[in-house]
Design a protein around this ligand. Structure first.
Ligand code: PRP
Ligand code: URA
Length: 213
């Protein structure tokens, strides 16, 4: 994991398996069934890094051999997917943290303005530590809006964003709105094109996951 000089809140995950899988994800020849599977697997690996900072408490237990005080997660964990594409990442995180609660925020980008439009919101009342997932941080509008919604229920220290590919433009927007929320990403790409797609990126994540191209 490395810190990014331009964006102090960005943690880039350079693990070889993450980078290998991301290359397969980016490849236009990768079909939806494999794309979805790879997004799930990569999210699991990113999840290992993002959960490193989860607070622990301790509890007295008895093993079959002796009494001991043993560590346990101090708070519930909630995985929040930004629909649709976040769902494939949530699948991977769910395997890592099967006891996690789940929330959903439905956002789509208006094709003209590129601004996020909210169409769905269902979140647990007491989310504890929140892992917000969306594979793409393009203009940053969707993630920044979702984080603003989550801040109504959780302290910023309890929030983290996990993404596969971030654009510098989106990182700038997100970090300005939420400098106190860490962002974990497999890559920081080059720039956005005129349609606010990430270059080189991986195309439209939702369409590739759900075969709606
Ligand atoms: C994609 C992606 C993000 C958003 C990123 O979703 O999954 O949510 O775009 O763009 P931004 O950083 O410029 O806001 P999209 O709006 O295409 O919806 P979908 O997941 O339903 O396809
Ligand atoms: N949404 C995507 O799915 N891909 C991009 O490159 C930008 C926004």
């Amino acid at each position: 994991m490395s810190q990014c000089r331009d964006f102090p809140s960005l943690k880039l995950i350079s693990h070889p398996l993450v980078q290998h899988k991301l290359t397969l994800i980016r490849d236009r020849a990768t079909p939806p069934i494999l794309f979805r599977q790879l997004v799930k697997e990569t999210a699991m690996l990113l999840g290992y890094e993002v959960t490193r900072s989860l607070p622990l408490t301790s509890q007295p237990i008895e093993t079959p051999m002796a009494a001991m005080t043993a560590p346990l997660l101090a708070q519930p964990v909630t995985i929040v997917s930004i629909l649709r594409a976040g769902l494939a990442m949530a699948e991977g995180l769910r395997e890592l943290i099967p006891s996690a609660r789940e929330g959903h925020i439905g956002l789509y980008r208006d094709p003209e303005t590129k601004q996020p439009q909210e169409y769905f919101r269902k979140l647990p009342r007491e989310p504890g530590c929140v892992i917000l997932v969306d594979p793409m941080l393009a203009t940053g509008g969707s993630a920044a809006r979702a984080a603003a919604i989550l801040r109504q229920q959780a302290e910023p220290e309890a929030l983290r964003l996990v993404t596969l590919v971030a654009a510098p433009e989106g990182m700038e927007v997100f970090a300005r709105a939420h400098p106190d929320i860490p962002v974990y990403s497999a890559a920081l790409d080059d720039h956005l094109d005129d349609n606010a797609y990430i270059i080189p990126g991986l195309g439209d994540a939702g369409d590739r996951i759900f075969g709606t191209l």
